[in-house]
Design a protein around this ligand. Structure first.
Ligand SMILES: Cc1cc2nc3c(=O)[nH]c(=O)nc-3n(C[C@H](O)[C@H](O)[C@H](O)COP(=O)(O)OP(=O)(O)OC[C@H]3O[C@@H](n4cnc5c(N)ncnc54)[C@H](O)[C@@H]3O)c2cc1C
Length: 585
């Protein structure tokens, strides 16, 4: 085992300096399928359509190869990765109700690299609640309820930890394992039980406290590129061509014999040149919830008035493109701890443990930890259009043991502290993606519109109340656990709980950040829903030969982080496409 881990580390960190044998520049004139974007969903689609199907597939990725990037494999490089060119690092439109502390410095992250955001994310693997998908079906996504999507989660997963529930898949390509569990995680479980929170296995039941499961193998990140593109790539080298640094700028349409617009060509920019390539069967957009709507709009599919304003010829007036933007707004809560055995950071010993065994603090993003989901009295009422009140959890808290950097200058010198991320899982506030210009190299405008709905703030306040309950447990008091309040928001007055609503209202507006779970900007919906962009088979409405398969198609955001649902979307999309084209393996 030790030898295996050292070999894996060596292979990954040292051997990955050479050129990437999986990438080609040898692009032919046409392919059966063209997939745009090699992230969570796109990598799965590209693999599934090219694997023993007799089809040819071209995968175009705007970012660089992940192969030579030394920051990607190691979980502790997470913070450095965010500062690197592997992150699109988008500007965010000025927010009125949120991100007040960050102001114009607030950036929206997204993976610009093969593997997409899975190559730079925090690796937490969480499927969401079964009720999320039943609610998707309520919203018009026929065939996407839990009973239909659950098999596709399982097909992707390979749970390498025996401790993970039998409900997780064990034969898929994506390795998942339980994150490093610091002694603080056990202390949290004791505290949670004191206030009536159950300890659960996330795969069996979402509500309660559970160890985090993450996309990690032998201490190294598992991205969609590792799991779905690199494994056995030689067998697919003829059927799957992967081109990196290729920014897709437009989908072109030809009017078919029935007068329908048929998506036929894709233009992409590489090394300053524009190239065109033809799809015999279909083009699949998997560029993520920010860029997929941008490509649609650049191609003439979107809200008519906005396209005219940008001087883009309208192919189809689809008002839902770029609308319905949803995300989780993360807020850090910091707590001081007096007992140093309950706070962790990278040390020479932990690094040694990581190199020898692939375990310990350095094998996890932010020291690993636990995840807590619970309902508030607003549960189930916060998804607009929902005909039924689905009982999914309202709040998620990712509980880490990390001595993280502060959003504000602490009033005292705390030697040790932890940072927890609190998020309302089904916010009412919705934003949008709009074009800045018709130039494909311009970033789109991202307006998340966080906290524009008062109910969202009320839910955050309830979330913080739960943290106060934890703060007051015997288990936490025994280790000197207490919230660190800022100078702002009259924080000096509220050192001890209960703190007034006004304090938490101010705290929430000031100290949040984008959790980067962007979704829902080309949602699935019924034919009579004018804001629906794709049908339940992911076909873009009113055109032929064009589908979307990524976070954009979600009708609403899920009760947890979004990579697992995106992997599922990729897998289910592949199955649908194979059925529609009668492709058998
Ligand atoms: C910093 C960060 C931390 C996160 N942490 C977690 C976490 O811990 N757990 C979790 O579940 N989720 C997390 N997420 C979210 C999760 O990774 C995403 O929801 C998921 O990867 C989205 O999948 P996707 O296929 O829709 O898009 P992506 O994975 O983002 O892939 C889109 C791909 O398309 C490419 N692309 C974009 N435009 C073009 C173009 N014009 N031409 C060609 N290619 C293009 C991009 O470069 C990218 O590679 C995090 C995200 C980020 C950014």
């Amino acid at each position: 085992m030790i030898k295996g881990t050292i070999t894996a580390l060596f292979m990954t960190l040292i051997a990955r300096t050479s050129y990437d044998p999986m990438i080609t520049n040898d692009v032919t004139e046409e392919y059966d399928f063209i997939v745009v974007g090699g992230g969570a969903s796109g990598a799965v689609v590209a693999r599934e359509l090219s694997d023993k199907t007799g089809m040819t597939v071209l995968l175009l990725e705007a970012g660089d190869s992940d192969w030579g990037n030394r920051l990607v494999p190691s979980p502790t490089m997470f913070d450095m990765l965010q500062e690197s060119p592997a992150n699109w690092n988008y500007d965010i439109a000025k927010q009125k109700y949120s991100l007040l502390e960050m102001g114009e410095n607030a950036k929206y992250p997204g993976g610009k690299i093969l593997g997409g955001s899975t190559s730079i994310n925090a690796m937490d693997y969480l499927r969401g609640s079964p009720h999320d998908y039943d609610s998707w079906e309520d919203h018009g996504a026929k065939g996407w309820s839990w009973k239909y999507v659950e098999p596709f989660f399982r097909k992707n997963e390979n749970a390498i930890d025996n401790k993970i529930s039998e409900k997780a898949g064990r034969e898929g390509l994506l390795n998942i394992s339980i994150s490093y569990q610091h002694p603080f995680s056990r202390r949290l479980v004791t505290a949670a039980k004191e206030i009536g929170i159950k300890e659960v296995d996330y795969f069996d039941e979402i509500e309660g406290i559970s160890p985090l499961v993450c996309t990690r193998y032998k201490g190294l990140r598992q991205s969609s590129s590792d799991a779905f593109l690199r494994s056995g790539y030689k067998e697919r080298q003829r059927s799957l061509h992967i081109v990196t640094n290729a920014l897709v700028s437009k989908v072109h349409f030809v009017t078919d014999t029935n007068g329908k617009q048929q998506a036929t060509w894709v233009s992409y920019m590489k090394e300053g040149k524009i190239n065109n390539v033809k799809a015999r069967k279909e083009i699949i957009l998997s560029a993520g919830a920010i860029r997929t709507p941008q490509i649609l709009m650049l191609s003439g599919i979107g809200p008519k008035n906005h396209l005219k304003e940008m001087e883009i010829e309208v192919v189809v007036d689809l008002p839902g493109v770029g609308a319905n933007f949803q995300d989780h707004y993360g807020i850090f809560a910091y707590h001081a701890i007096d007992d140093n055995q309950f706070v962790s950071q990278s040390t020479p010993e932990s690094i040694k443990e990581y190199i020898m065994n692939g375990t310990g603090y350095d094998s996890a993003v932010w020291g690993g930890g636990a995840v807590l989901h619970f309902k508030t009295k607003y549960f189930g009422t916060n998804v607009s259009l929902s005909t039924k009140k689905r009982p999914f959890p309202t709040i998620q808290v990712i509980l880490t043991s990390k001595n993280a950097s502060f959003f504000f200058k602490p009033r005292e010198n705390y030697r040790l502290h932890t940072a927890w991320m609190v998020g309302v899982q089904h916010p009412k506030s919705k934003g949008e993606i709009r074009l800045k210009s018709a130039n494909p190299t311009d970033q789109p405008i991202i307006d998340p519109n966080y906290l524009s709905e008062e109910d969202d703030i009320k839910m955050y306040i309830e979330g913080f109340r739960k943290l106060e309950e934890l703060e007051m447990t015997k288990a936490m008091k025994a280790i000197g656990f207490r919230m660190i309040t800022p100078e702002a928001c009259n924080g000096a007055l509220y050192i001890n709980p209960p703190r007034p609503d006004e304090f938490y209202r101010c705290y929430a507006k000031s100290y949040g950040f984008p959790a980067a779970h962007a979704c829902c900007t080309a949602k699935i919906g019924r034919e009579n829903d004018e804001m629906a962009v794709v049908d339940e088979r992911l076909k873009v409405r009113h055109v032929e030969g064009l589908r979307v398969a990524d976070a954009s198609v979600m009708p609403h955001v899920t009760s947890s982080n979004t990579q697992a649902p995106c992997y599922m979307i990729g897998r289910k999309a592949s199955e649908i496409i194979k059925q529609d084209w009668n492709i058998n393996e």
